[in-house]
Design a protein around this ligand. Structure first.
Ligand code: 1GP
Length: 272
């Protein structure tokens, strides 16, 4: 559900400090489970939901998940509006597509990270998928968020499928050049990705190098599983921390809530 200030303003607003995005992969769970997880994550302090991840999820599966999450949010907003003690704005949380390509799209989403995989060696991920997706997004009015996407070692599946020239620790100049290039292209967001389920997160020096380009909103994800790891990225300058695996491998909703709360309180205290 769109917040009152609109998607881009909400995303770029730095007055809240570092915030958390829960990534839901519709290819890995039913729409019903995905929705329960998204609602539990928001209850625990997540400020945005990304839907996407897998490279081979059909449109209708992605759409079913987005629709189901949006319907659940509408219900929560309605319930909160009937209760004078509860704040309905808490449920105005954007559901944003995080696509693996031009196939994983849905008109039910509030927006999409419209990405260039900047360190891909393949035209397909630099501009090809975007050309296929753009007319669809225009037709259905899904708001594109201009995003540069850079994949770091170990990179995981996205590094492999996206044919990325992975960035290693110690390549601060390269990271700075990518960040400047992203700014010069007019991207609003730079997403530093270590790959879903990565054994190591994006290193602090790389985040600090990207942070030198102050105009960019920095999203950092991949391999973040604890509050301590999330805090490290937040301190280095991340505006948003994405976690996916953390919520998906939680053994119960209680565990999921506990894990998300830990991330949220760690990043808030290290960025305020
Ligand atoms: C993947 O950065 C995200 O695009 C999340 O990674 O699954 O490791 O949290 P994890």
């Amino acid at each position: 559900m769109l917040p009152d200030e609109g998607l881009l303003n909400y995303l770029l607003d730095q007055s809240f400090g570092c915030r958390h995005i829960t990534l839901i992969d519709p290819g890995k769970q039913s729409a019903e489970i995905a929705t329960r997880r998204a609602i539990a994550a928001i209850e625990s302090g997540a400020s945005m939901i990304f839907v996407g991840g897998s490279t081979d999820t059909p449109d209708e599966v992605v759409h079913g998940t987005c629709k189901s999450i949006q319907e659940a949010l509408e219900l929560q907003i309605f319930a909160a509006s009937q209760d004078p003690l509860s704040d309905e704005n808490k449920w105005r949380i954007p559901v944003v597509l995080f696509p693996g390509g031009a196939h994983a799209l849905s008109p039910a989403a509030d927006g999409i990270t419209f990405m260039m995989l900047m360190n891909s060696k393949s035209r397909k991920f630099l501009i090809g998928e975007q050309l296929r997706g753009a007319p669809y997004l225009e037709k259905f009015g899904v708001e594109p968020i201009p995003t540069g996407y850079v994949v770091f070692s170990p990179g995981g599946k996205v590094g492999e499928v996206g044919d990325a020239e992975l960035i290693d620790e110690g390549q601060e100049d390269t990271v700075y050049a990518y960040a400047l290039t992203a700014k010069m292209f007019g991207f609003k967001v730079l997403y530093l990705e270590a790959g879903s389920g990565a054994s190591t997160q994006v290193d602090v020096s790389s985040i600090e190098s990207a942070r030198q380009v102050e105009e960019l909103c920095l999203v950092v994800g991949g391999g973040i599983r604890s509050g301590e790891q999330a805090a490290r990225a937040a301190k280095a300058g991340a505006n948003w921390i994405v976690t996916g695996t953390l919520t998906e491998d939680a053994s119960s909703m209680e565990e999921l809530k506990q894990r998300v709360s830990e991330i949220v309180s760690a990043i808030q205290s290290s960025s305020s």
